[in-house]
Write a new protein. Sequence first.
Length: 404
Amino acid sequence: MTATAAAAPRRPASVIDTVDELLGRRVSMRSLALLRVLIGPVTLLHLLPFVVDALNGRIYRDAFYEPYASWYPELPRTLYGAMLAVGVVAAVAMSLGFCTRVATGATFGVVAYNLFLSTTHVHSNRAYLLIVLAVLAIAPCGRELSVDAWIRARRGHPPLDPRAPAWPLWLLRFEAAVVYGASGMSKLVDPDWVGGTVTWHRIVQVRDRLDASPLPGWAVSLLADRSFHTVAAKLIVITELFIAIGLWWRATRYAAVWVAVCFHVAIEVSASVQVFSYLAIAALVIWAVPSARDRVVVIDPGNRGHRRLTPVLGALDWLARFRIAEGAPGAAVTLTDRDGTVSSGAPAVARVLSRLPLTAWFALPTLLLPAVRGARRSPDPDQAGHAGDSDRAAEPGLAASGPR
């Protein structure tokens, strides 16, 4: 290399180069593997009405339907039923991770074909499901949490690299945020929605069910009050827009996830939205930082309470966030986070539970308690530097944008 070449200034990376590097960086696909497991039952729930009708001798052609195009192929009645059966088997295999690539592709194919048979089949939640299935079909999401991985290990083969280019994860994150953002914006520009007319009318339609429900009389009266919906509708719009924006930033992401769960539970209780609530809650796992085993939990193996924590982590750490190490006898439970900060005792347990998908919604509010917030200690400089180097090597861009 010549001195001139060595001294030449480095060309700043263009926006295209930065985006290309971000999308191509290899990150853990663990969250997509977990999403694949969760989407199997959601797909079965989606297919259930079509299967029940087919078993009772009815299919979409026996009622009003409108094909998307005259050339779109339509199967004979018997083959249509067989196709639905293939979809059910494929969805189960996809969730189990058996022949994952084929099963996920077949599930996507059946759902897509059935969706476009009639314009009456298309709803936004079904379109969202189809997009999620499409991404799972092309992403390497069967290398973990799968029968395929178990069979490979039983045969003595080394495990496949669980990392892959990050672009499928970014694509799903963008789609998830768009779902909330588009819904919030469409309501914001609709006078009937933002003014409360739509929500009030829905309550009027189900007033008899509300009267027969276990809700107290004051709650039923409040829900039926037109002025209540003038305020409630605006809160719904603000909630959707907050989720759409808040999911992108570390400081607001946990709050956005917690609010999103409340939001979808409320929707499921108050309205018929098919599989949307289950799908949207399942899709929240994609917002976890895609790096594995980057937190260390230190326990005292002689402590019975500590030993109880070990199987809990083993059973519920679906995103593979923790490593367990043995500490000194008599020491408290200690959590070393990915940034090197340390917490001990009950605050450490609270933080651990807030990072497990099944317990996160219940544990996240405890992070606001002063005793938990103030329990984190600054890391040892050498340890902090090592942890930072590990994060940057694993996923510098995604780690900066992900939850801790």
